[in-house]
Design a protein around this ligand. Structure first.
Ligand SMILES: Cc1cc2nc3c(=O)[nH]c(=O)nc-3n(C[C@H](O)[C@H](O)[C@H](O)COP(=O)(O)OP(=O)(O)OC[C@H]3O[C@@H](n4cnc5c(N)ncnc54)[C@H](O)[C@@H]3O)c2cc1C
Length: 639
């Protein structure tokens, strides 16, 4: 069984983090340079961690598979980042952000972590502003805010529709300074393919150089995974095409517990699928729902009409109707299900009836086209480039799509996984969002983890590790790991079958979306659990990989990732099957009240943590009980 002691400090929730910081052991400044830390990932979480740890004096090696750290998937984030600054004086506070996040996650997150997140959110904005991130400002110069789903206050800081890019440029600048100073050694185009564990501690990684194909080992006193989310197990998603589960999954196979894989977020405002050959979906930022109104025709016979020909009285603004308090800014899981419900009812618009309108007509009338262009211009341009339709004139068409993974490697309050010395940050961990993440909270969490939490908790760990104990890369643990990595690559290369890697990925995605997507049932999950192993067996028999092992080979890279998705997808479905309740993004059709998620707190107020037990064996499901002492467990309502 895994040890799931979350190490939450005692005392009132408002004092836990202060107390933890005081109680943590420190590494003396002169000794920090003697410790080596590996960071996998250069997105907001990994980049923030690498630069801050280097700034503190640690010796950092950072790996990413892109050609530059600044191309991490974080660059895609559009709408904004939350912080409880209360600049608007509209009733926000640390406690409200904490409350909104626990409630938004449908009471499936750990209270203490979420409170700490809300506390450090205010520091993130100061830090990023000082680094030159060009947040939007009011006419008088103060930072501007807008609203995101699941909140009734405006606490989202933004840089037009490019918040992720601007934040990542800040991180990248900080990293570049440390790369120049020799404190970060950057390994771009390098993929981690295994975690090395020696005497129960994480001591390094085995990586593949994606340009030459060379395999090498790297040792460190601690390893940090900040490798992003696994949404691409569904094939079609808003994630960057390269995002994958490999780093986390290989760590799982070395003993790291994987928590709540079935919590996947389906975002309500994406451009609908347009054809069979599509490989990517595009998000239209949630910020658009500040001004855009979501509707479908009331009458089925109107779905083919031009929207201008549908009178106001014949439009169903269903989010405003069903959730009058939160309206178009209802949380993502709720807005997604509501869209599906309208489309299932035959009132969806566009090809296949899989779309709803997001309409700016009233906002343009009220504020003028220039003001709307100022706020959302680049998002409107992007929509027009992809669909050929001008959203200033015709309402956008949107439909839900896979977007974010709340599940991830289990971490304790120190952000350490079940393997001592292995930490996990950002979207790759499971920590803060429960069963549903609120908009603009991922950037907040990634930067909180990287800039403000790991610098303390890593020191606390390293203070107990001998500086002269760096593992030997010629030792048995590394050699064994390298041999296994090479053997797996050879096995893939030697199949020489007939089907492309992408065709397997696409078929897996179809199974996942149909049987474990926005709605899941016992029946559909059992079907998926038969289909996935069959597909996996076919993959290992019939996949074709062109080129050579020891050279630049994108088809081999993809094959490794898809092979991991084929195993991980099965665990995701198992997790969804065992969780006989609906909560947040996990909607089991058997457990609902009038279309809303019906939780079962008695049986499922816990994080489910999956433990690897060896090739071909059933994984074990462990539980970390969740207790709610500061937020009352209640049925979530946005009405
Ligand atoms: C279109 C879109 C818009 C979004 N908009 C918002 C928003 O407005 N606000 C918000 O809060 N959130 C938003 N999100 C979510 C947010 O962008 C992500 O959750 C967040 O950026 C993840 O950051 P990260 O640092 O954890 O991971 P990532 O940015 O995904 O970085 C992962 C890093 O790990 C590296 N890596 C992965 N595996 C390996 C491996 N095996 N070996 C070596 N390196 C590896 C990658 O190279 C990369 O550097 C959005 C997401 C999408 C898809």
């Amino acid at each position: 069984m895994l040890n799931l002691d979350a190490r939450v400090p005692s005392g009132p929730i408002e004092e836990k983090w202060e107390r933890a910081k005081f109680e943590m052991k420190l590494v003396n400044p002169a000794n920090k340079r003697k410790y080596k830390v590996i960071v996998i990932g250069s997105g907001l979480a990994g980049g923030a961690a690498a630069s801050t740890l280097a700034e503190l004096g640690y010796d950092v090696a950072c790996f990413c598979f892109q050609d530059s750290p600044r191309r991490a998937h974080s660059i895609a984030a559009q709408g904004g980042i939350n912080a409880a600054k209360n600049y608007q004086n509209d009733g926000d506070s640390i406690h409200r952000l904490f409350y909104d996040t626990v409630k938004g996650g449908d009471f499936r997150s750990r209270e203490a972590n979420v409170h700490r997140l809300a506390e450090v959110s205010v520091d993130i904005i100061d830090q990023c502003t000082a680094m030159g991130v060009p947040f939007a400002r009011e006419y008088g110069g103060t930072l501007a805010n807008r609203s995101f789903g699941g909140a009734q206050v405006s606490r989202t800081f933004y840089a037009r529709g490019q918040t992720g890019q601007q934040l990542l440029l800040g991180v990248y600048a900080a990293m570049s300074r440390q790369i120049g100073a020799g404190k970060i050694k950057m390994f771009p185009r390098t993929e981690m393919l295994d975690l090395v564990v020696e005497n129960g501690r994480a001591v390094g990684v085995v990586v593949r150089d994606l340009v030459t194909g060379a395999i090498s080992s790297h040792s460190a006193h601690a390893v940090i995974l900040a490798s992003g989310g696994y949404g691409n197990v569904f094939y079609l998603s808003t994630n960057a095409k390269g995002s994958n589960v490999t780093a986390g999954f290989r760590a799982y196979k070395k003993g790291a517990g994987f928590a709540n894989p079935c919590y996947t977020q389906i975002h309500p405002t994406c451009i609908p699928v347009s054809g069979d050959y599509q490989s990517k979906l595009t998000l239209m930022s949630e910020s658009l729902r500040n001004d855009g109104r979501v509707w479908v025709p009331k009458k089925k016979e109107d779905i083919g009409k031009h929207p201008d020909q549908i009178a106001d009285s014949d439009r169903d603004y269903y989010l405003e109707r069903k959730y009058p308090s939160f309206g178009n800014l209802s949380p993502r899981d709720i807005a997604s299900r509501a869209a599906k419900e309208q489309c299932d009812d035959g009132r969806g618009v566009g090809p296949g009836g899989r779309g709803v309108y997001l309409d700016f007509r009233d906002a343009i009338k009220r504020d003028g086209e220039d003001r709307i262009r100022e706020k959302y211009g680049n998002l409107f341009d992007m929509y027009e480039r992809i669909t050929g339709e001008n959203p200033y004139r015709v309402p956008m068409r949107i439909y839900p799509a896979v977007h974010y993974s709340m599940g991830g490697l289990w971490v304790d309050y120190q952000l350490q996984t079940t393997i001592p010395g292995l930490f996990c940050l950002g979207e790759a961990n499971f920590s803060d969002h429960g069963a549903n993440r609120l908009g603009a909270s991922a950037l907040m969490q990634g930067l909180a983890d990287g800039y403000f939490i790991i610098p303390y908790t890593l020191g606390n760990y390293l203070a107990g590790v001998q500086a002269n104990s760096l593992a030997d890369i010629n030792g048995a643990a590394f050699k064994e790991s390298e041999t296994a990595v090479r053997a797996r690559l050879d096995k893939l290369m030697n199949i020489r079958g007939k089907r492309s890697v992408d065709s397997f990925h696409k078929e897996l995605g179809q199974i996942m979306w149909e049987d474990c997507g926005m709605a899941r049932s016992k029946e559909s999950l059992e079907r998926a659990l038969v289909a996935i192993p069959k597909l996996r067996e076919e993959f290992w028999r019939d996949v074709t990989i062109l080129g050579e092992r020891d050279s630049f080979n994108q088809s081999l890279e993809k094959a490794g990732r898809v092979a991991d998705f084929l195993e991980f997808g099965e665990i995701l479905c198992k997790d969804a099957l065992v969780r006989e309740e609906s909560c947040g993004g996990h909607f089991r059709v058997e457990y609902q009240v009038e279309g809303e998620a019906k939780r079962n707190d008695e049986r499922f107020a816990h994080a489910a943590v999956w433990e690897y037990t060896g090739e071909g064996n059933e994984p074990i499901r462990n539980e970390e009980p969740l207790t709610f002492e500061n937020v009352k467990l209640a049925t979530r309502s946005y009405k």
